[in-house]
Design a protein around this ligand. Structure first.
Ligand code: SAM
Length: 303
């Protein structure tokens, strides 16, 4: 393990570059090798994949990804950290380090650009021989908490066929991403994640593993991407329009919420569609699993 997750190294770098961690940018850096190890292990790296990292910071995860993955794309918003990273990591040929905002990143283009890089040489760390064709894509990140949702949406809606994701998020968000229908924190973001992947909390993380420590607890969530069974027959746009409008008024009954003005289906058809989908019109968005949203979408747009 490199030294970029050592508390003394991280503090020394910050001091040498006069960098005071920005709250606004969610700069809580990992200073605990055990948690770095856990995150890397959960990514199931085999040396052939391209890993996207959002917010590499001082490189605690990046240095390990460079050892274990085929190629690494790291997108960092803070130009000061990009400069420090270039100094600390040198210029490994299989690293694409980009200064930019992950919320607006063009992931397919960045992955294509990374694919043009030579993959890590076998023997320079764990892993196997790179495969021919499109490399498989994974995402591994200790996410900036203030922008977790937009960054996740940008990754999930990018059209990239992700294989696996391991993300550190605020504990409440981890619970939201993995919540079952009916729970208080279940919502549109849960549905979006469920549509793309099976999500599982793999570690609960105390504030002490970060410098500076955040005021919240954290958790590591593993995402195993797969096509959602039965979703292939329902246009994605339609499904997420239904989900968005249903949760926009989550306190209201589905019947009321779906009769909202401007919805792209017939208001008169809502009762029939609910019956067709076998749903109680008085139930609420938070009671519906993705299967039910799929059936409801088909029924609403059948008119
Ligand atoms: N990966 C490092 C670690 O684990 O120590 C740093 C993680 S820190 C929680 C979040 C990082 O994301 C910071 O380096 C911050 O500057 C960066 N960041 C914040 N907003 C960002 C954005 N919109 N796009 C890309 N990076 C961002």
């Amino acid at each position: 393990m490199g030294d970029l997750a050592h508390p003394s190294k991280v503090r020394a770098l910050a001091q040498a570059h006069d960098l005071r961690p920005s709250r606004h940018l969610g700069q809580n850096f990992l200073v605990d090798e055990n948690i770095v190890r856990k995150i890397i292990a959960a990514a199931h790296l085999n040396g052939t994949e391209t890993v996207v990292e959002v917010g590499p910071g001082f490189g605690a995860l990046t240095q390990e990804l460079l050892r274990a993955a085929g190629r690494v794309v790291a997108v960092e918003r803070d130009p000061r950290l990009v400069q420090i990273l270039r100094q600390e990591l040198g210029s490994p040929p299989h690293l694409l380090l980009v200064e930019g905002d992950a919320r607006w990143a063009d992931w397919p283009r960045l992955l294509e650009e990374a694919h043009a890089l030579p993959p890590r040489q076998p023997g320079s760390g764990a892993g196997g021989v790179p495969e021919a064709g499109e490399p498989r894509a994974k995402v591994v990140a200790n996410l900036p908490y203030a922008v977790t949702a937009p960054v996740l949406v940008s990754l999930l809606e990018s059209g990239v066929a992700w294989e696996r994701g391991v993300i550190m998020v605020q504990r409440e968000v981890a619970e939201r991403l993995t919540a079952p229908p009916g729970s208080r924190v279940y919502g549109a973001l849960t549905c979006l994640v469920t549509y793309h992947a099976d999500a599982q909390i793999v570690a609960r993380v105390p504030p002490t593993v970060f410098w500076p420590p955040p005021q919240v607890e954290s958790a590591v969530v593993a995402l195993t991407f797969r096509p959602y069974p039965g979703a292939e027959d329902v246009p994605r746009e339609q499904l997420f329009t239904v989900i968005r409008l249903a949760f926009q008024q989550r306190r209201k009954s589905l019947r009321q919420a779906l009769k909202t003005r401007g919805a792209p289906w017939s208001r008169d058809g809502v009762d029939h569609a609910l019956a067709q989908a076998g749903l109680d019109p008085l139930s609420r968005a938070e009671d519906l699993g993705l299967d039910q949203f799929l059936r409801l979408t088909e029924a609403l747009f059948a008119f």
